[in-house]
Design a protein around this ligand. Structure first.
Ligand SMILES: *[C@@H]1O[C@H](CO)[C@@H](O)[C@H](O)[C@H]1NC(C)=O
Length: 325
């Protein structure tokens, strides 16, 4: 290893390290006094209450109150069809503030972007003006959330998918993404580094796109190739996504990873179910609904609900120091 003699080299080295060391913004959210954490997950929702969005919101309010949820996660496709036009777009009020009105939902929302959000003005969704208008709103591309014994890693998955860069009939807002190869390799490096550093008992990764799914879109091969190996190498417990407009639970056969799709926030019933390995497929529902999660130091509970408040599927898991399930 070369010894550093010149202060210029030191400064350059510092700049280089600052540019390569994890740049993901970090947030902290307190857990409950009993040490547990609970949250709801909804995806693919913003349609001014239509397509059962309001019914999903109503049941989220009920379940959210019963569980006294700490926060809500949005898996993206926040505003249909084409994201927000700008920070004054009335869709923000009509599809978000005016829909998720239940008292239990007036908690912090943590949102990522979906491909439909990229069809509009992406920067508008990050605007502090929206948070001034509705204090529960927060949307970023990729970030980390520490909540007691749980670390969340939110990943901007849209730029991974090749087809958005070749489609000729659709425009995407790629500001701050290009050159794409650099963006993706930096992001993967940052996520990997953050996961490696995490000492949390539970590691949860959230993105818009599926890794595995039997729904209309199916698997996202780019994420299977590039993101999945990082999740497996770092012992991630849950990968949570939207994109397919359904509720779904797929269990990995070769790692602890559970793939949970909560994309039933509004329009659903595509009627498309791809064949899938039934050993892995634990649950598939083609209609609207949402997911609820509770995590204590030692156990995680996941449940899916439909628009009538019926629990459709539940799953739980213990996490000991050297767990196996
Ligand atoms: C709303 O939900 C009901 C019950 O699942 C379903 O029958 C109906 O088709 C849904 N409506 C729309 C527009 O998706």
């Amino acid at each position: 290893m070369a010894t550093i003699k010149s202060p210029v080299v030191l400064v350059l080295l510092y700049i280089y390290m600052a540019a390569t060391v994890a740049q993901l913004q970090r947030f902290e959210h307190p857990v409950k006094s009993d040490g547990s954490l609970s949250f709801l997950v909804v995806g693919d929702w913003g349609r001014r209450g239509l397509y059962n969005q309001s019914n999903v919101a109503y049941q989220m309010g009920n379940v959210g109150e019963r569980m006294d949820v700490n926060f809500i996660i949005s898996t993206g496709d926040n505003f249909y069809d084409n994201g927000l036009i700008d920070e004054d777009d009335p869709a923000f009020f009509e599809s978000f503030t005016a829909v998720y009105t239940a008292p239990s939902l007036q908690k912090q929302w943590y949102s990522v972007l979906g491909n439909h959000d990229y069809r509009g003005n992406v920067l508008a969704q990050f605007s502090p003006v929206l948070t001034q208008r509705d204090s529960k709103w927060l949307c970023l591309r990729s970030f980390i959330l520490h909540a007691g014994h749980v670390d969340f890693f939110f990943v901007d998955t849209t730029p991974f998918q090749d087809k958005y860069f070749t489609e000729i009939d659709q425009e995407y807002d790629w500001r701050d993404i290009l050159p794409r190869e650099n963006y993706l390799s930096d992001l993967l490096k940052d996520v990997d580094a953050a996961l490696q550093k995490s000492s949390a008992k539970w590691k949860i990764v959230v993105g818009h796109h599926t890794i595995f799914s039997a729904g209309h879109h199916g698997n996202t091969e780019e994420l299977v190739d590039k993101l999945l190996p990082i999740l497996e190498a770092n012992d991630v417990n849950l990968y949570i996504n939207g994109h397919d407009h359904c509720l779904e639970h797929i269990s990995s056969l070769n790692s602890r990873l559970q793939f949970l799709t909560s994309g039933g926030g509004s329009k659903a019933w595509r009627g498309a179910i791809k064949p899938f390995n039934l050993d892995e497929m634990k649950f598939y529902y083609d209609g609207q609904g949402f997911m609820a999660v509770e995590i204590t130091e030692i156990e995680a509970y996941v449940a899916f609900y439909d628009i009538f408040g019926n629990m459709l599927h539940k799953w739980s898991s213990y996490e000991s120091t050297h767990s196996a399930w």
